[in-house]
Design a protein around this ligand. Sequence first.
Ligand code: TRP
Ligand code: SF4
Length: 332
Amino acid sequence: MGTQNGKKVMLSGMRPTGKLHLGNYLGALENWVKLQDEYECFFFIADWHALTTGYEDTSELKSNIIDMVTDYLSAGLDPEKCTIFVQSAVKEHAELHLLFSMITPLSWLYRCPTYKDQLQQMKDRNISTYGFLGYPCLQAADILIYKPEAVPVGEDQLPHVELTREIARRFNYLYGEVFPEPQSVLTKAKVLPGTDGRKMSKSYNNTITLSDDPETVRKKVMSMVTDPARIRKDDPGHPEVCTVFAYHTVLNEEGVAETEAMCRAGTIGCVQCKKNLYSKMAEKLMPIYEKRQELLSRHGYIREVVENGNARAAKTAQKTMAEVRKAMKIDW
Ligand code: TRP
Ligand code: SF4
């Protein structure tokens, strides 16, 4: 169990938030690109999950999904190596979610930390809904239907994977062994601030996105906030309060010590320091940007990738559902 084509299965997903930024890339996608060579990977866009908190306005859902898949492919996910699909296209997730909802005690859902946090944070929306409470049940279905060995996720998703394991145990106990318990693989967080020093977020308009053209990226870097105490080029600086330096820490590992020393000694100006950062950033972003241009010139290609991925994912999902129905004696 947990293997396909002789490889261990891995699965992960993201909500369709639209164009990805550098933080999303470094926090997840860059890691996925590495995993696809070693594992049988399923990567999907969790559009039903987006509905649990944003069900009122669905006007941008489709274009957000296409933008995200475009980012996946530009960043180097290869549809020959991994399966890229859209959750709502594989209806079996919904059936398994329904069945899991029968066996999941309400107390498990109420005590889930993300449930409590988001209810608090999203006071402006009515998310006191059945669907929102059941979010982890849907996530358990997304995961278990592919019987993965492991789920690469950020720290915020650990409680959901833990609940998934509990649901798997409960199912296996009630109906017989169908689901292996997946491990979470914590993706090491590399936290980047936004270009203005606040949290990187689309709503603050302070992100660097994977789809920005090189000139836009350069301008964003050159306008980043630095240590306000540095008025003249040879004023000693304080890297710990500088946004540019936070980026050097993540993107310029070999040069970070020297940058820090030069900043403190006042032997490098902020303009030069930003230029150095831009050249490091361009090393990562240029190939992604170029790949994107190529992809967009191939008319209909992104859709084709998604449709093939949907069909491939459905095959595995259908196989698991046949076992589930049989185990539960609802196989007609
Ligand atoms: N809850 C995840 C998030 O908000 C998205 C997600 C849905 C997911 N289903 C999943 C992640 C299954 C990993 C595995 O980012
Ligand atoms: Fe920031 Fe670099 Fe200027 Fe120091 S020299 S304040 S690290 S931009």
